[in-house]
Design a protein around this ligand. Structure first.
Ligand code: ADP
Ligand code: MG
Length: 239
C-alpha cells in the first residue's frame, strides 16, 4: 500500500484501510481508490474554502498585487511581502493602519483578509459600525449571535473605519470587551483615520482608552499612511 493511500484513509477515518488490513485485496484497484479519495479530499477542501470565504464577509476583492507602492510611499514592498506571508497571524500579532481617507488602508485590510481566507484561516471582516450592531444585538438576534460565535473562532478579525463615527458609552465598552476577548489569541486588523492620541476622545474615557491600547498594541504593527487620497488623485468626471 502506498503512503498516499494510507494518509488518505486516515484523513477519512477509514481505520481498516489505513491499518493495511485489506492491502493484498487492493493490489489491482489501489490507484483507482487513491483517485477516488483524492477527488473527494479536493472537493471537501474547496467546500471548506468557499464556506470560509462566505463567513469572512469581505465586501470586495482587493489584492496585494494591485497595491501601488509608488502611490503610497509610506508602505514598502518589503512590508507588503511580510504582511502577505501571514506569519504574523500565526503569532496573533495585531495590525493597525492609520491615515487620512483614500490612502489605501481598507485596500490592504481586504488584501490581508482575502489572502488569509485563501490560506485556510478563519476570517471576519466588518466596519466598526456593523461590528457595533452585531455586538449590541447578539442577545436578540440569532444572526448576530452566530456572527459572534464565528468571531470567537476566528484567526483574524478585521475592523474597518474605527473612528469615523463617535462611540456611545455602551459601544466603547463593547469595543474594549472585543479587544480583550481577542487579545493574544486572534489577530486584529484595524483601520482608522484617527491616531492613538485621538482614541481617548473617540472612546470618551481616557482610562478605558489606555487599557484598550495597552492590549491592542502589546504585539502590534502600526502602519501610518500618508499623502493625498487615491480617490482625489484619480477623480473621474462625467463631463
Ligand atoms: P482608505 O480605506 O484609506 O480610505 P481605500 O483603501 O478605500 O482608502 O482606497 C480608496 C480607493 O483607492 C480604493 O479603490 C483602493 O483600491 C484605491 N487605492 C488606494 N490606495 C491605493 C494604492 N496605493 N494602490 C492601488 N490602489 C489604491
Ligand atoms: Mg477605508
Amino acid at each position: 500500500m502506498t503512503n498516499e493511500l494510507i494518509s488518505l484513509a486516515k484523513q477519512f477515518h477509514l481505520s481498516s484501510l489505513s491499518s493495511g488490513k485489506f492491502a493484498s485485496s487492493f493490489k489491482d484497484g489501489e490507484s483507482c481508490i487513491i483517485e477516488l479519495l483524492r477527488a473527494e479530499a479536493e472537493a471537501r477542501e474547496k467546500r471548506r474554502v468557499a464556506e470560509r470565504a462566505k463567513q469572512a464577509r469581505l465586501p470586495t476583492y482587493k489584492g496585494f498585487k494591485e497595491f501601488d507602492t509608488d502611490f503610497q510611499k509610506s508602505i514598502t514592498t518589503e512590508q507588503l511581502n511580510t504582511l502577505e506571508a501571514l506569519e504574523w497571524v500565526d503569532g496573533a500579532f495585531n495590525l493597525v493602519m492609520i491615515g487620512p481617507p483614500g490612502t489605501g488602508k481598507t485596500h490592504l485590510a481586504l488584501a490581508v483578509g482575502n489572502k488569509a481566507v485563501e490560506c485556510g484561516y478563519k476570517v471576519f471582516f466588518a466596519s466598526m459600525d456593523t461590528m457595533m450592531h452585531i455586538l449590541k444585538t447578539r442577545e436578540i438576534s440569532a444572526k448576530s449571535a452566530s456572527r459572534v460565535r464565528w468571531i470567537n473562532q476566528c484567526d483574524l478579525v478585521i475592523l474597518d473605519e474605527v473612528g469615523y463615527l463617535p462611540l456611545s458609552k455602551t459601544e466603547a465598552n463593547l469595543f474594549f470587551s472585543l479587544v480583550s476577548q481577542l487579545y493574544e489569541a486572534t489577530s486584529l486588523v484595524i483601520t482608522s483615520n484617527k491616531g492613538f492620541s485621538g482614541w481617548a476622545d473617540l472612546l470618551g474615557d481616557s482610562v478605558l482608552a489606555t487599557a484598550l491600547l495597552d492590549r491592542l498594541t502589546h504585539k502590534c504593527q502600526v502602519l501610518n499612511f500618508e499623502g493625498e487620497g487615491w480617490r482625489i488623485a484619480h477623480r473621474e468626471n462625467i463631463f
